[in-house]
Design a protein around this ligand. Structure first.
Ligand SMILES: [Zn+2]
Ligand SMILES: [Zn+2]
Length: 414
C-alpha cells in the first residue's frame, strides 16, 4: 500500500491492490515504448492482447489504432463507457531511470501510459469478478495530443457499435496531492483554437518609408488592440485567453518588408465567448490594416471544444470518489484549467464526466529522473505508479454503482 497523506482514508479494492505490481510493470513497459498520435500500434497490440488474455473481446480499428474492450455480464441492456488515452508526445525525455523512453524524441510526458494501465487494471477486475449486470466498454483512444482521436473513434462509429448511457474520463493532475481526486460541474477545460493573420503592405527601401505600406506597424497595432478583446469585450465573469505566440516579418535591416504574419492561440470555456472573440479579431485586424492602407488574410481554426461536465454524472462521479479516497481526498470543485482535452467531443454526444486524479509533487519519481519539475509535458515528468490502484478502484466502483443504481436520467441515451 503506497504512503499517502495521513488524513486521506482510502477504500481501495483489495484484489486490485494485489495486482499493483503487474499494473506497474505494464505502465512502465508502455512508458518505455512511447508512440505518437495514430501510430500507437505496439501500444494498441499490447492493450488488445492483454484484454483478450483476460477473456475480454475487443473491437479494433475505430480511429485507426483505437481499442475497445467489451465486458458484459447478466442480461441488462444498460451500458457505460470508461475512456483512457494511449498516445505520447514528441519530446526528448530527460529521465534516465530503467523505464525511460527507448524512442529518441518521443515520451509519455502526459501520463497516458498511466491512464492506459489504470483502465487495464479496472478491466482485469471487472472481467474476473463480474459484480455487475450490463456492459462496461473500456475505451482506449489514440491521438489525444492534438490529433482528435476521440472524435476519430466517434466518426468511425464508436457510439453506434457500443451504445452507452454515459461516458467517463480521467487525467492525472500534477500538483494535486496523490490520493486526492477533483472535479467540477460545467466547464472544466477550455476550447483550443488557433489563428493566423497575414498583413499585406508594400515593401520599400528602409530609407524611403514614405513610399511603403509598412506591415510591421500594422501588425504591432493589431497585436496590441487584440489584447483589448479580453479586457474590454469579454464579460469579467467569463474567462478567455488570446495569445499571439509568433510574429514574423522582414529579412534585412534596410528593407521595409511587404508582408507580416502573426500566429497564436485562443482559449475559452464557452462557444458564445469564442464566437465573439473570433468576430472581434477579424474586425480589429481588417479595420486596423485598412487604416494603414494594408490588406489582410485571416484564418481561425477551431480545434478541441470546451470540456463541459454534465451535472448529474458529475454529482455521481463525486460520490464515487468519496467512496474511494474519502471526503477529505475529494476536491469537490476543482479549479478549471485553460488546457484542452479531446474527451470534450465525447461529452458533446453523451452525458458524462471527466475528473482529475492527483499525481503528487514529483517526489514519487525513481532515482535518475531529470532535473525539471514533474509537470505535464515536461521532459522530467513521470506518472505516479501509486495512483494505479486508486484510478482502477475508481473505475470499477463507478461502473458497478452506475449499473446497479437507477439511471441518472429519465430517458437514458440507449
Ligand atoms: Zn497532454
Ligand atoms: Zn494528457
Amino acid at each position: 500500500m503506497p504512503a499517502f497523506a495521513e488524513e486521506t482514508i482510502m477504500k481501495l479494492i483489495d484484489p486490485i491492490l494485489q495486482f499493483h505490481e503487474e499494473l506497474k510493470q505494464i505502465r512502465r513497459t508502455i512508458h518505455a515504448h512511447p508512440e505518437l498520435a495514430y501510430e500507437e500500434v505496439r501500444t494498441a497490440d499490447l492493450v488488445a492482447a492483454t484484454l483478450e488474455g483476460w477473456g475480454i473481446p475487443v473491437i479494433r480499428g475505430l480511429g485507426k489504432t483505437g481499442v475497445v474492450g467489451v465486458i458484459r455480464n447478466g442480461s441488462s441492456p444498460r451500458a457505460l463507457g470508461l475512456r483512457a488515452d494511449m498516445d505520447a508526445l514528441p519530446l526528448q525525455e530527460h529521465n534516465s531511470f530503467a523505464h525511460k523512453s527507448q524512442q529518441d524524441g518521443k515520451m509519455h510526458a502526459c501520463g497516458h501510459d498511466g491512464h492506459t494501465a489504470m483502465l487495464l487494471g479496472a478491466a482485469h477486475y471487472l472481467a474476473k469478478h463480474r459484480n455487475f449486470d450490463g456492459t462496461v466498454y473500456v475505451i482506449f483512444q489514440p491521438a489525444e495530443e492534438g490529433g482528435g482521436g476521440a472524435k476519430a473513434m466517434m466518426d468511425d462509429g464508436l457510439f453506434e457499435q457500443c451504445p452507452m448511457e454515459a461516458v467517463f474520463g480521467m487525467h492525472n493532475w500534477p500538483g494535486m496531492k496523490a490520493g486526492c481526486m477533483g472535479v467540477v460541474a460545467g466547464p472544466m477545460m477550455a476550447s483550443s483554437n488557433e489563428f493566423e493573420l497575414t498583413i499585406k503592405g508594400k515593401g520599400s527601401h528602409a530609407a524611403q518609408p514614405h513610399i511603403s505600406i509598412d506591415p510591421i506597424m500594422a501588425a504591432v497595432q493589431i497585436a496590441q488592440s487584440w489584447q483589448t478583446i479580453v479586457s474590454r469585450n469579454t464579460s469579467p465573469i467569463d474567462a478567455a485567453v488570446l495569445s499571439v505566440t509568433q510574429i514574423h516579418a522582414g529579412s534585412a535591416t534596410n528593407i521595409v518588408p511587404d508582408s507580416a504574419s502573426m500566429i497564436g492561440t485562443v482559449r475559452t470555456f464557452t462557444l458564445p465567448v469564442l464566437d465573439m472573440i473570433e468576430r472581434r479579431m477579424r474586425e480589429i485586424a481588417s479595420h486596423t490594416a485598412a487604416a494603414f492602407g494594408a490588406e489582410i488574410e485571416f484564418s481561425f481554426k477551431r480545434n478541441y471544444p470546451p470540456l463541459i461536465n454534465h451535472d448529474p454524472e458529475t454529482e455521481f462521479a463525486r460520490s464515487v470518489m468519496k467512496d474511494i479516497v474519502g471526503s477529505e481526498g475529494v476536491v469537490a470543485n476543482v479549479e478549471p484549467t485553460m488546457g484542452s482535452e479531446d474527451f470534450a467531443y465525447m461529452l458533446l454526444e453523451k452525458p458524462g464526466c471527466y475528473v482529475f486524479i492527483g499525481n503528487g509533487d514529483g517526489t514519487h519519481r525513481s532515482a535518475g529522473h531529470g532535473l525539471g519539475p514533474c509537470n505535464l509535458h515536461n521532459p522530467s515528468y513521470d506518472f505516479n505508479d501509486d495512483l494505479l490502484p486508486i484510478g482502477a478502484s475508481y473505475w470499477v466502483t463507478l461502473a458497478e454503482q452506475f449499473l446497479a443504481r437507477a439511471p441518472l436520467r429519465p430517458e437514458p441515451a440507449i
